[in-house]
Design a binder for this molecule. Structure first.
Ligand code: C2O
Ligand code: CU
Length: 505
């Protein structure tokens, strides 16, 4: 039987007026940049890597001298990164060791872990209602059959995804393959993850949650890999940055203070067919863009700042225009992988799809109705009410379809994420996609009054998968739908909450 999950929050957060004074923030670019730690497998068999991760509460110093409670994977705010090799599956045991109730928000800390960007089977995909309660664990199996790419894992627990991810349950997962290894692009310590988000803090230094009546949360502190406005020392050479917007509701428009372009080499689904460039670009939540910045042209001692040109219309914080700084400290000690070839991945996922291949076109309208965020007028509550059977779409295995995402909600943008698949962005309001979108994607920015068409091929698994807005506040209230690949009697299904399946950790 379906588990009834409450739609309403148990407790409302303190309001934004409880925010800590701006004078307690560090001066921008004084906190040293760090890279998240890497997870170490607990076991490697001849075929599979095994990991054990504990989701737990930890005390982290984010603002100088303040002790902040975070919830994170292995207690590391912004980590640990899991590194996978294409062709070697991984099994990740996720143990929920969180306090059973959030100390300030009062909700029960169930979790579900989604590996965003992975073509996982339904039972390992972090289905929102496949919850793991405090004291339980779940083993997630990741197939790792896809092209090299930047993935991330984050919480997806029904109706509390936003709070859980905000507390820190988000980290990176990178997949590597032969093609990527063979290209002379920056690697090793010149291949750097940037997990970028915002946050706000109360006077005690605790993470403050206020979603403005289920609209979104816009913090006044920008964090990169868990640190406020950090500064990174760089050499005069090319660096590859894997940029993930892991904010729950804030979109960014990134640019460099020098006005120089970013060179895009990767999107959600990995390396693009060819590099593209742009001097600024918009980056919605959950999207990954891999960019190369060449510091060779700058002089030693020069500072290059990563700026955010978009300030949300909800509240004007003048602290969110800066993201981090790069200080050019010297000539390179290593010049390997210091190139950007003209051809990256000629067979980039989904890029061969065309509208003409589509069997069907379906329209998904993202709209707020009576305060609830809906998709074609329905929500995840309709899924629960149908005992998890109701689907918005039922493509056959291997079918190509055009999906059209329509946003008429005034003032809001929706980053639309489709689980399981990679897709190709065909057009936006009839115009060509942006240069940085010319690669395989699994999340697409659907701006105010925009209609975005994507071409998707469904597979390689059958079963039910989620599609939702990646403004996690919208997702929780309740802009989430599902589709089913193949017939209803498919062999693989999402698992629903059943304490018997997990057992005590
Ligand atoms: Cu990144 Cu369904 O989520
Ligand atoms: Cu949305």
């Amino acid at each position: 039987a379906a588990l009834a999950l409450p739609l309403e929050r148990v407790a409302r957060a303190k309001t934004a007026s409880d925010r800590i004074a701006v004078s307690k923030f560090p001066k921008p670019f004084t906190v040293p940049f760090t890279v998240p730690p890497e997870a170490v497998p607990t076991k490697r068999s001849s075929t599979t890597d095994y990991y054990t991760v504990s989701m737990r509460s930890a005390v982290t110093e984010i603002l100088p001298g303040m002790k902040t409670e975070t919830w994170s994977y292995d207690g590391t705010f912004g980590g640990p990164t899991i590194r996978a090799t294409r062709g070697r599956p991984a099994v990740v045991r996720q143990i929920n060791e969180l306090p059973s109730v959030h100390p300030r928000l009062g909700y029960e800390s169930w979790t579900s872990v989604h590996l965003h960007g992975s073509g996982s089977l339904p039972e390992y995909d972090g289905y929102a209602s496949d919850i793991t309660r405090s004291g339980q664990y779940k083993d997630y199996r990741y197939p790792n059959f896809q092209d090299a790419r930047t993935l991330w894992y984050h919480d997806h627990g029904a109706h509390h995804t936003a709070e859980n991810a905000y507390m820190g349950l988000a980290a990176m997962y990178t997949m590597h393959d032969e093609l990527e290894r063979s290209l002379p692009i920056p690697k090793g310590r010149y291949d750097v993850p940037l997990l970028i988000r915002d946050a706000m803090f109360d006077r005690d230094g605790q993470l403050l949650y206020d979603d403005e009546g289920h609209s979104g949360l816009f913090g006044d502190v920008i964090l990169v890999n868990g640190r406020p406005w950090p500064v990174m020392k760089v050499e005069r050479r090319k660096y590859r940055f894997r940029i993930l917007n892991c904010a729950i509701a804030r979109g960014f428009r990134f640019a460099l203070s020098t006005g120089d372009p970013f060179v895009f080499i990767g999107t959600d689904a990995g390396l693009m067919p060819q590099p593209r460039s742009a001097t600024s670009y918009r980056h919605g939540m959950a999207e990954r863009y891999e960019v190369v910045i060449d510091f060779a042209k700058y002089r030693i001692g020069q500072r290059v700042v990563l700026k955010n040109l978009s300030v949300p219309n909800v509240e004007d914080f003048d602290t969110t225009g800066d993201v981090m700084a790069f200080d050019v400290t010297g000539d390179p000690t290593d010049l390997s992988g210091n190139a950007i070839p003209d051809l990256l991945n000629p067979n980039a996922p989904a890029m061969d799809l065309t509208a003409a291949m589509a069997k069907k076109t379906r329209t998904f309208e993202f709209i707020r109705k009576n305060g609830t965020w809906t998709i074609n007028g329905k929500t995840w509550a309709d899924v629960i009410a149908s005992d998890y059977e109701y689907v918005w779409a039922d493509p056959g295995l291997g079918d190509v379809e055009v999906w059209e995402f329509v946003n008429k909600s005034g003032g809001w943008f929706h980053p639309v994420h489709v689980h399981l698949v990679d897709f190709k962005v065909l057009d936006r309001n009839g115009r060509a996609p942006s240069p940085w979108e010319l690669g395989g994607k699994d999340t697409v920015y659907v701006g105010e009054n925009e209609t975005v068409r994507v071409a998707v091929k469904f597979g390689p698994h059958t079963g039910r998968y989620m599609i939702h807005c990646h403004n996690l506040v919208h997702e929780d209230h309740d802009m989430m739908a599902q589709f089913r690949v193949g017939p209803p009697d498919t062999e693989h299904h999402p698992v629903l909450a059943d304490p018997a399946k997990t057992g005590p950790a």
